[in-house]
Ligand binder design. Structure first.
Ligand SMILES: N[C@@H](CCC(=O)N[C@@H](CS)C(=O)NCC(=O)O)C(=O)O
Length: 204
């Protein structure tokens, strides 16, 4: 199996962590989603990451679809509950976490992709507010000890935000999320995929 994408993408990382927690070996293809755009489009017509190339040669795209396949393979070790209220609640947490990635990600793209003279402050502020709203909602929830998809995705999201906009998630602001992060990031599957700090470029 080949996981396509770099671990500074929280979507790639949540797939990598899930594969590792479930004991699946994979190789990494670390082409850049921006630098290798044409080649990436041959793997995924959307030119996005992650993709997962299965041993059969089939290519799965989008972390949601990849993780759905993985849970199907994993049977009773699946990282999301199969049905009912437990599944509904877990998917709501995942939706808040992936929503935060999308909105903080959009704000970051506004800063690093859009040429400085076209920077749109109102849109940037709106995206940031939406992302922070999702993080606050996650922080109000109770978290048990389960290492399942809601925790995996939330912890990957928090590390992404910590790198991209550290002022949003300083230690101590969201104590319940600090506890969740500390517990998860200590595990081998998280340590092996921990994205290092990097300076996010700016268009100004
Ligand atoms: N819904 C997708 C979102 C994937 C996504 O946004 N990936 C980003 C990297 S974090 C990407 O490929 N960005 C480049 C682009 O969209 O052009 C998923 O869950 O996989």
């Amino acid at each position: 199996m080949i996981l396509v994408g770099q671990l500074d993408s929280p979507y790639v990382r949540r797939v990598a962590v899930s594969l590792r927690l479930l004991g699946y070996a994979y190789e990494s293809d670390e082409r850049s989603v921006f630098g290798d755009f044409d080649s990436m489009r041959e793997t995924n017509p959307l030119g996005r990451i992650p993709s997962l190339v299965l041993d059969s040669g089939e290519t799965l795209i989008d972390s949601h679809a990849i993780l759905d396949w993985l849970d199907d393979e994993a049977g009773n070790r699946a990282l999301l509950p199969r049905t009912g209220e437990a599944r509904r609640q877990a998917l709501q947490r995942v939706a808040l976490a992936t929503g935060a990635i999308d909105k903080i990600g959009a704000a970051v793209y506004e800063r690093i992709i859009r040429p400085g003279e076209f920077f749109w402050q109102d849109w940037y502020d709106r995206c940031r507010t939406q992302g922070v709203g999702a993080i606050e909602a996650l922080a109000r929830l109770e978290w048990d000890d389960a290492i399942a998809q809601p925790a995996i995705t939330t912890v990957c999201m928090l590390r992404f935000v910590e790198i991209a906009m550290p002022e949003i998630v300083p230690a101590g602001r969201y104590p319940s999320l600090d506890v969740l992060r500390e517990r998860c990031e200590a595990l081998p599957a998280f340590q092996a995929t921990f994205p290092p700090d990097y300076v996010v470029p700016s268009n100004d």
